[in-house]
Design a protein around this ligand. Structure first.
Ligand code: UGA
Length: 445
């Protein structure tokens, strides 16, 4: 258990709450500050404004050690202040740092040494600018550390408590030491470096993870043409210890609030500095095309999609979250609507009714597939593992499954009477769509 310190957090978003909750779990006194009154009220009443496994329990368990406030002055007592505000992309693809500057403007004046820590993902060079801003305001008592987060949605608490590494980039080693001490109790290698390198580690990590996915997606696309199976290929390649098995699952492309934003921010940062980052341009383009390939797979079996009914199963950008930011489902469903298809959607937690106005969001998988000419698995929710069932086959007008996450077994799915299209796994030949048998007329009893 770490020596208890006072921790202040700017931003009660996903990163701020996971960070605040987990520091409280480690024994620190935490104050989380946000500018949205409804959010603070909800948190005080014990309601989490989004879906994240384990986090409600962590916040509840540590109620006595976490305070929520609208008043930035309450952060004046903190030893360490974390900036956990959003840095969305601007129209130019740069990161919008206005929330970071707002937080800095509201930094309370304290009579003691404080360390300001950047958790938000920011362009390389932000630390220098922040330091200059602090100096300009005469805040010589405030040190600065870049401590990027590597938390993934759906596993935020686990990732915080069991990180692969802690990255601490500081101007002064004693500031890095203060932040490192907050994490005591957590076993992980510590990378101590300068601020610019810490900022770059975060951007490079997300860019490389996205690159791996776009790479295996392109391998999958070639597998389809040459009759190989990407699942076996990824396994065989990933067993090379120099390459590893992680982030190597082919599918309908990556989404979420981080990859798209960070890859384009890094590409933009390179461009602004006079370097054309060609590889990242391709990584982004491959991902855009990957989502759209679903349409061609459907057309192969169904011809023109106008008037066809398609079930889009899974809306969240990945399982265990209700987050729809940059979700492949939105692109796929929008393309289907643009082709004139009727779209029925299902997700156990995400609600896309506002974003997909032309689609019908259904309450169950069975409802979504009722009368559908095809079902597309977009998010690998566990509920979809049993999709190739008799009930589903009977409910669908035509039994075609496009498995955008390769969660079903192709042989079993075909044996259950479906035409199956995965990603990079060879496909059912054209015109092999099994016809749904005439249903028995229902005899009233
Ligand atoms: C990502 C990183 O994984 C975190 O380390 C990082 O801290 C976070 O961004 C961030 O910058 O805040 P996240 O966006 O929550 O986390 O989600 P991931 O689990 O990375 O998944 C991203 C997307 O890639 C999802 O759409 C997922 O379906 C897709 N994916 C993932 C694949 O298509 N194939 C894979 O093998 C893995």
């Amino acid at each position: 258990m770490a020596d208890s310190r006072a921790v202040g957090i700017f931003g009660a978003g996903w990163v701020g709450l996971v960070t605040g909750g987990c520091f409280a779990e480690l024994g620190h006194e935490v104050v989380v500050r946000d500018i949205v009154p409804e959010r603070i009220e909800a948190l005080r009443a014990g309601h989490l404004p989004f879906h994240e496994p384990d986090l409600p329990e962590v916040l509840e368990r540590n109620r006595g050690r976490i305070r929520y406030t609208l008043d930035a002055d309450e952060l004046g007592e903190a030893d360490v202040l974390f900036i956990c505000v959003q840095t969305p992309p601007t129209y130019s693809g740069d990161a919008d740092l206005s929330y970071v500057w707002n937080a800095l403007d509201e930094l309370p004046r304290a009579n003691r040494r404080q360390v300001l820590v950047m958790k938000s993902t920011v362009p390389v060079g932000t630390g220098d600018t922040v330091r200059a801003a602090l100096e300009a305001r005469g805040l010589n008592n405030v040190g600065y550390v870049s401590n990027p987060e590597f938390l993934a949605e759906g596993t935020g608490v686990r990732d915080f408590m069991n990180p692969d590494r802690l990255v601490l980039g500081a101007f002064a080693p004693e500031d890095a030491a203060v932040v490192e001490a907050l994490y005591s109790g957590i076993e992980a290698p510590v990378v101590r470096t300068d601020v610019a390198s810490a900022e770059m580690i975060k951007l490079a990590a997300n860019a490389f993870l996205s690159t791996r996915i776009s790479f295996i997606n392109e391998i999958a696309n070639v597998c389809e043409l040459v009759g190989a199976d990407v699942e076996d290929v990824a396994k065989g390649v990933g067993l090379d210890h120099r390459l590893g098995p992680h982030f190597f699952r082919a599918g309908v492309g990556w989404g979420g609030s981080c990859f798209g934003k960070d890859v384009s921010a890094l590409k933009q940062l390179a461009g602004n500095s006079g370097y054309h980052f060609q590889l990242l341009a391709a990584v982004i383009e491959v991902n855009e095309l990957q989502k759209r390939r679903v349409i061609a797979k459907l057309e192969k079996h169904l011809g023109k999609l106008r008037g066809k009914t398609i079930a889009v199963l899974g809306l969240a950008f990945k399982p265990n979250t209700d987050d729809l930011r940059d979700a492949p489902s939105l692109v796929i469903a929008s393309r289907l609507l643009a082709e004139g298809a009727s779209v029925r959607t299902w997700d156990p937690v995400a609600d896309a009714r506002d974003r997909l106005r032309g689609a019908l969001q259904c309450g169950s998988v069975l409802d979504a597939v009722a009368g559908a000419d095809a079902a597309v698995i977009v998010t690998e929710w566990p509920e979809l593992r049993g999709l190739a069932s008799k009930e589903v086959r009977e409910a669908m007008a035509r039994p075609l499954i496009v498995d955008g996450r390769n969660v079903l077994d192709p042989e079993e799915t075909r044996a259950a009477g479906f035409a199956y299209e995965g990603i990079g796994r060879g496909s059912s030949p054209f015109a092999s769509l099994p016809e749904t048998p005439e249903r028995e007329p229902k005899v009233p009893r």
